[in-house]
Design a protein around this ligand. Structure first.
Ligand code: TGC
Ligand code: FAD
Length: 390
């Protein structure tokens, strides 16, 4: 479909700056030339896209809001959101790579790291020469990370880390991992674990039907000696990893709009070209209902994200507001991917069209960074003041 058909039904462009639009255009062009031609093959073959992280670094998609002195671009939160949207129009795996590197690895090092840690890691993460992973989830503790078992002991001149993390994006590729583990008092702290440390392994998780162009794996720590200078010094407690999730969930709220746009534009074009009963299928009311509802839901999601971005820029976005946007927008996108696939009939199951790939990817997106139900409970708790988790 021509890129000029990408929807802006409520003239939201009028609310963006020239810089926002320039950033969007450059990421959009890169997705068209670098991602679109190879994404179906990568997903079909369950392989990652070669050099993806370095390419993301070149276009400034890694840590866009990290200060320039550490290799970031010092951009605002709306720019970050727009970048995520354009990347996920290509594929959720591409957005995932940028999300993890930016919000889950660079963000905690920038917020909670020492000056030495920031200088040592951030510029290499921003350029994509170094790949980061984020270890919070464990085999026995996903929605409830506070019960994690991974722990470290103080051995005088180093820490000794033991445990395992599961479902970790980019684990098999990572050069470093920001790992959340309990200290001897049972308090959660962050450690930067480097690939070369003895006892650290990253087995790959095979046979996924979702996010097939992204590598997922485990982080296993068997008596890993972590130098003391690799502890993130400025945060103690679960709020450390959860604050990183605020940033990543915000980016996902924007990102999934991109996946929905790709499905919407594809279905709209197809429905105008495909004829049945002597007429384009777009002329049938049932198909128009789908198209009109897709556009309505995309427009609502765009407005939600833009205002959330304004709140984030003003440091006023609450975790519960972010949960609402993540939950609403991922559901919006997965519904559009599934419904738009039907509009293509048999062709909808083919790799030439993006719907099956987006729908399958979004099954992960609706699960990671807090499941659909967990985000509902966060909203419920915020509104009622009653904690329904425990
Ligand atoms: P709870 O007792 O409510 O809170 C513990 C402490 O954390 C604080 N807190 C937050 N701080 C910052 N941001 C947030 N969003 C926060 N939510 C809570 C809270 O104030 C408290 O602080 P303090 O100082 O009083 O100690 O926590 P809980 O144990 O009851 O758990 C509830 C919670 C919120 C953890 C749970 O609802 C939740 O969010 N579970 C979901 C877990 C999750 O999202 N995991 C994601 C793993 S990473 C991932 O999926 C990456 S995918 C990457 C990709 O490929 O894109
Ligand atoms: P569980 O927590 O076991 O949940 C199972 C079901 O129970 C869900 O439907 C859930 O909503 C429901 N449930 C749980 N508690 C409650 C409750 N109190 N009330 C009602 N229902 C409840 N994690 C990382 O740390 N780093 C990563 O990079 C990362 N990448 C990922 C990549 C992929 C492809 C996937 C699939 C996951 C990734 N994750 C990562 C893990 C992800 O965050 C977890 O899968 C997610 O938080 C859910 O945890 P779980 O899978 O253990 O499910």
């Amino acid at each position: 479909y021509p890129l000029t058909t990408i929807p802006d039904y409520y003239l939201i462009d009028d609310l963006l700056t020239d810089e926002h639009k320039l950033i969007r255009q450059s990421v959009r062009d890169w997705v068209e030339s670098f991602v679109m031609p190879k994404i179906d093959e990568a997903a079909q073959n369950h392989t990652d896209i070669p050099n993806l992280m370095k390419e993301l670094g070149k276009i400034g998609a890694l840590g866009p809001y990290i200060p320039e002195q550490y290799g970031g671009s010092g951009l605002d939160q709306i720019s970050y959101g727009i970048i995520m949207q354009e990347l996920e129009r290509g594929d959720s795996a591409v957005r995932s790579a940028a999300s993890v590197q930016s919000s889950l690895v660079m963000f905690p090092i920038n917020e909670y790291g020492s000056e030495e840690q920031k200088h040592k890691y951030l510029p290499h993460l921003a350029s994509g020469e170094m790949i980061g992973a984020f270890g919070l989830t464990e085999p026995n503790h996903g929605s409830d990370p506070g019960s994690m078992e991974t722990h470290f002991e103080d051995k005088g001149d180093h820490y000794l880390l033991n445990g395992a993390k599961m479902w970790i994006t980019n684990a098999p590729l990572c050069d470093i991992a920001v790992v959340w583990a309990k200290n001897e008092e049972g308090k959660v702290q962050g450690l930067i674990v480097e690939r070369a440390f003895d006892g650290f392994t990253t087995p790959e998780t095979h046979n996924k039907w979702s996010l097939r162009a992204s590598k997922t794996g485990e982080l296993v720590f068997n008596n890993v000696k972590v130098p003391k200078e690799n502890l993130l010094p400025k945060v103690v407690g679960l709020k450390g990893p959860l604050s990183c999730l605020n940033s990543a969930r915000y980016g996902i709220s924007w990102g999934v709009i991109g996946a929905a746009i790709d499905c919407y534009c594809t279905a709209l074009q197809y429905s105008k070209e495909r004829k049945q009963f002597g007429k384009p299928i777009a002329s049938f009311q049932l198909q128009q209902k789908k198209i009109a509802e897709f556009l309505t839901e995309i427009t609502k999601a765009q407005l939600l994200c833009l205002q959330l971005g304004n709140l984030k820029n003003a440091h006023k976005a609450s975790p519960a507001q972010i949960s609402m946007a993540k939950r609403n927008n991922v559901k919006m996108a997965i519904d559009i991917a599934r419904e738009s696939r039907q509009m293509l009939g048999g062709m909808g199951i083919m790799g030439e069209f993006p719907m099956m790939r987006h729908a399958a990817n979004l099954e992960s997106v609706i699960t990671y960074e807090g499941t659909h139900d967990i985000h509902l409970l966060i909203t419920g708790m915020d509104v009622t003041g009653i904690n329904a988790f425990g």
